[in-house]
Design a binder for this molecule. Structure first.
Ligand code: CP3
Length: 356
């Protein structure tokens, strides 16, 4: 168990978002939403239409910076998250990627060691550079009280997209490769770990205050595999980023990790734990106490779509149960396109003013 953070002499930052990472339980807690820049916003849809394609939007710094700032302008969230995608890393490595309208990402699948020859870590820098320029632009335009979150996908989750060739229900091909040929699969994970360190360090250098590692499919692995493919690579990324930037807080989001979440925090050393929708608020409280990590989450994105008294009840519960631990308000997964923008405004209001 990690001890309580030492608060003696900690400076008061102008950014409320950073206070929980110094051990402060803020009232109201800082708030941002996963996928806060996205299709539920008409201004996003307009910029996206101008860009022509999702990847073009990701790789055009002026437009990517514009959509990063849109939810900040509209709602005044405590943090902006860089507009990009976790699949920029396979794209940078040279795996062909496209986003098919209404279907999601499509990649040319990589299912064995021989196919790894198609990837080239030396090629990453040129692609990453465009994302770093977006970070620098956002940094320059962001209000000084707003934090900027950089991110990457965790190697396991990114590998699932690379192996399956897109999204999948159960990540079966990836799990099979990892079971049948752990040595070969480890090469892919290693490649992704190295590229992720480069990607995250570049984002911090360009101005990111905090990093989040998205492990959307962490929940599909039994425990030994979870240790090997989720915890171990994430621990390596955290250690390596910290060697360069010791003070940048890192939030892990091991979605679906359940009872393995406590060990995940201990082993990886993340200072923040993103909790998914299935985690009860009391369990988030226990995790905060047991690990010393900041907990973040975990309103069901569909409760936000439903709105009304249900939304108030869920927000009240989260704010009540988590009021005495370092906590960041968020959803338990990304906001969905059918979310009414006025429900988001209501949510921010409820968090900031409290639910009566
Ligand atoms: O606002 C933000 O949170 C920042 C930008 C961001 C996006 N994707 C933009 C995006 C972030 C942090 C992500 C992370 C991401 N991308 C994850 C991890 C988090 C999660 O949701 O589980 C994953 C698994 C991806 C991969 C990905 N990108 C998929 C499966 C899809 C298609 C599904 C969908 O929602 O359309 C995307 C596309 C994507 N990434 C969109 C956005 C705004 C929609 C694309 C569009 O505008 O056409």
């Amino acid at each position: 168990m990690r001890g309580q953070p030492d608060l003696s002499g900690a400076p008061t930052s102008a950014k409320p978002f950073l206070a929980p990472f110094r051990g402060e339980a803020l009232a109201p807690p800082p708030v941002w939403l996963m996928r806060q820049a996205g299709r539920y916003l008409p201004e996003y849809r307009a910029t996206r239409a101008k860009a022509g394609s999702f990847l073009k939007l990701c790789y055009t710094p002026a437009m990517a910076a514009e959509v990063t700032l849109q939810p900040i302008v509209r709602y005044g969230f405590d943090a902006a998250i860089l507009f990009s995608d976790i699949l920029v890393v396979p794209d940078a490595l040279g795996q062909r990627l496209e986003f098919v309208e209404g279907e999601g990402p499509r990649l040319e699948p990589i299912r064995d060691v021989a196919s790894l020859a198609r990837l080239d870590a030396g090629k990453c820098a040129a692609t990453f550079e465009r994302v770093f320029e977006t970070v620098a632009r956002v940094r320059a335009d962001l209000p000084k009280e707003t934090a900027l979150i950089g991110f990457c996908g965790a190697p396991w989750t990114v590998a699932t997209y690379m192996v399956e060739g897109g999204g999948s229900k159960d990540q079966a091909e990836t799990r099979l490769w990892a079971y049948r040929d752990p040595g070969g699969f480890a090469q892919l994970i290693h490649l992704l770990t190295e590229a992720s360190v480069e990607y995250l360090c570049g984002q911090v250098k360009a101005g990111a205050d905090v990093l989040q590692i998205f492990d959307t499919w962490a929940g599909s692995l039994p425990k030994e595999q979870f240790f090997q493919w989720v915890e171990y690579p994430t621990a390596t990324i955290v250690r390596r980023v910290r060697e360069v930037y010791p003070n940048v807080p890192i939030i892990g989001f091991p979605r679906g990790s359940g009872v393995k979440a406590e060990r995940y925090v201990e082993v990886t050393g993340v200072q923040g734990l993103g909790c998914d929708t299935a985690t009860p608020a009391w369990a988030m409280h226990d995790l905060a106490r047991q690990t010393g990590a900041v907990v973040q989450g975990n309103l069901d994105p569909l409760v936000l779509v439903a709105g009304g008294p249900l939304l108030e009840a869920y927000v009240r519960e989260l704010l009540g149960v988590l009021r005495d631990v370092p906590y960041i308000f968020n959803l338990g997964h990304g906001i969905v396109p059918q979310t009414p923008p006025e429900h988001v405004a209501r949510l921010v209001d409820l968090v900031r003013k409290g639910v009566n």
